[in-house]
Design a protein around this ligand. Sequence first.
Ligand code: PLP
Length: 372
Amino acid sequence: MKSFEKPIQVTKAFLPPMEEYVECMTQIWESSWLTNQGPIHEQLRSRLKQYLKVPNITLFVNGHMALDVALKGLQLKGEIITTPFTFASTTHAITMNGLTPVFCDINEYDYTIDVDKIEALITDKTSAILPVHVYGNPCNVERLQEIATKHNLTLIYDAAHVFGVEYNGKPVCNYGDISMFSFHATKVFNTIEGGALVYKDSGLERTFDLYKNFGITGPETVEAIGVNAKMNEFSAAMGICNLKYVDMEIEKRRKLVNIYRQCLKNISGIKYLEDKPGVKHNYAYIPVLFDPHEFGLNRDEVCEKLKQYNVFTRKYFYPLVTEFECYKNNYNPSDTPVAEYVSHNVLTLPIYGSLSEDEVICICDIVKTLRK
Ligand SMILES: *Cc1c(COP(=O)(O)O)cnc(C)c1O
């Protein structure tokens, strides 16, 4: 097997044609309005509202600060039930707001929160559930809403992975009270850095605008202890340009993921996920589980070997949040055994729209030759 001449990274940020971005930037030079709810920001806001079919949306400097402001704005207290199989951001946002994360295991079918294990974790201190639509797979949104309603809990989704994902014909961010998006460079839709909250209760708009701008309400009034989490005009301009191409990008990814599935099927020791019924996926990631006994190599060995062929994968999410230096003294990873297993055996393979079909076939051929 030959290795790739140039490294294949796990992802590649989407960029629009440069002329289009330059054209959008000329508006910034004409207005000298660089940030603080500028005209391009407002334009992006209304386009995203249409694209996501949501009643309310607030834009942020990044996804993490959006989540932070959601928790601050709602003034939640006590415990939040969440998943340890996520990016550091989800848990950090909870703990930095003085809340206690309570970790629920994930299910083995799509790696989202296991809805059958949530109720046992609810106490009189629980104030919210914060699940993650991992890899773009929607959580069991109906069951989660039932649990939240029954116990009077706020339901906030980390929707960083689900831009463009629909469930039962509508964008999945329409479920729950609030959904947080990340528009980071590595996500399916990017604004370089950026994020958003979408939400049902239009009364929250003022609260979020307040908290994302230092709690300032007027030239001489500061009402709340807020942060600086505003999206600037350059990021918004990138968003305007990229939004035109996002459906095309998702379609390219769909084709590539189907080639991956075709090539990887029948290799024993490899497990990948299929599309879920009723879901329009965005193919943000291609997670593959390697069973060390069946495949002959463990995940870490596969990752290392692939590097020798110039293929760079990612152990995403590894380590598990409960294994982080900053959390491990308070938690036991084996309390969430499915999350522990997946975290220790998963590898996400390269996926981005400009990856070629031949490159995907070649990556799969390399994986096949590794099997012992
Ligand atoms: C990317 C990501 C975030 C954080 O988003 P930023 O825009 O990088 O702050 C949060 N949660 C998950 C699951 C993510 O993948």
